[in-house]
Design a binder for this molecule. Sequence first.
Ligand SMILES: [Zn+2]
Length: 102
Amino acid sequence: MIPAYLEESLDTRQMQEFLDHIDNCPECKEELTIQFLISDGLKTLETGDNYDLQSAMDDKVSSSHREIELHNRLFTIRNVCVGLVLLMCAIAGFGVYYVFFM
Ligand SMILES: [Zn+2]
């Protein structure tokens, strides 16, 4: 799952599970760090940039957390919209019933 995460090919739910696991599993976190160092460290060697790999990885993990948070927020907004539409249908339905049958 770590290579898939680094390639950013996990969907949001998989990424959330992965990050939850990483937060609670030092072995996998270490494995992720090593694989990140290998994949990103090579790029750094190519460009010759001198940058902090540990903070680069922290950035990546925290941007993943933000992505999940945004996703969850959009999901909540969608549920609220659906709820409002259903409520309006119920009110409209009641209005029609009231006008024609009362
Ligand atoms: Zn683990």
